[in-house]
Design a protein. Structure first.
Length: 270
């Protein structure tokens, strides 16, 4: 009976992986930035250089959903042949430059370690959820050319800082006392920052999201389309906000299937 129960658990329990992440300080020479870290998950060893992803969890720029929008995603990507890097970025507390500087630094670290980690420096993407999606889209549009990703996957991202569209908490936490600064509002309304160097992008969200209006993703998709940048948008009929890599999300398997097919379509994977 005991063996039978163990067999049932092995069939129906959520899949877990045994990967252990390497943990690094992002700014080792800056003690004041010590909370910024990366966690690196490696795939099974092989001879061929593999793609990589930088994962930016959400949390409204006030905290980080490190598990279902970070480590859980990373383990799945690593099990599918990626070097997966979870970014623990610093909270801005009104200093709007901080998160993007951490994301740019993380991208440079990934590409600088291409040989050591056996990854293809021309196949480094970014993944972001909610406010982490805003950071991923910032990296895609505002970063120095050398630090821009080759592709992006955005889960229910904050995109616009227009008061009628934005997630108020993310905007307030990023801009702080400059929340009414029109220059910064435009800068971080990322649909306005899309250019010809913005990477191919996949957007995933739910129609009934009451936290970050779906219009955010639609605006970004439209801007990508206007610049002739390959983009795909999938809006599920329900699920709300913040589902990330949760097993109880109704479309959990569909999300994984769509991502794998899209990555093959854009020639990141075979």
């Amino acid at each position: 009976m005991k063996h039978f129960l163990l067999l049932l658990l092995s069939i129906f329990a959520p899949v877990t992986w045994g990967q252990q992440a390497e943990q690094f300080k992002l700014w080792p020479d800056m003690p004041e930035a010590g909370e910024a870290e990366i966690f690196v998950y490696h795939p099974a060893k092989g001879k061929k250089a593999v793609p990589a992803v930088l994962i930016c969890p959400g949390g409204g720029y006030s905290g980080l959903a490190m598990n279902h929008e970070g480590h859980d995603m990373a383990k799945w990507y690593a099990s599918n042949g990626f070097v997966a890097v979870v970014l623990k970025y610093r909270m801005p507390k009104g200093v709007h430059t901080i998160p993007l500087s951490d994301a740019e630094k993380a991208m440079s670290v990934i590409r600088d370690n291409a040989a050591k980690w056996n990854l293809d420096a021309n196949k480094v993407g970014v993944i972001g959820s909610s406010a982490g999606g805003h950071l991923a889209a910032s990296l895609s549009t505002l970063a120095a050319d050398a630090n821009r990703p080759n592709f992006a996957i955005l889960y229910y991202p904050v995109i616009s800082f227009d008061n009628m569209t934005t997630h108020g908490g993310s905007k307030k936490n990023l801009l702080g006392k400059d929340i009414e600064n029109k220059v910064l509002i435009d800068r971080y309304s990322l649909q306005k920052q899309v250019d010809d160097k913005t990477p191919k992008t996949l957007l995933l969200l739910s129609d009934d999201d009451q936290t970050v209006p779906p219009l955010n993703s639609i605006l970004y998709y439209t801007a990508l389309n206007e610049h002739h940048i390959p983009a795909s948008l999938y809006m599920f009929p329900n699920g709300g906000h913040g589902w990330g890599f949760r097993y109880d999300f109704t479309y959990y398997q569909e999300v994984k299937d769509l991502i794998q097919k899209w990555l093959t379509y854009i020639k990141i994977t075979d």
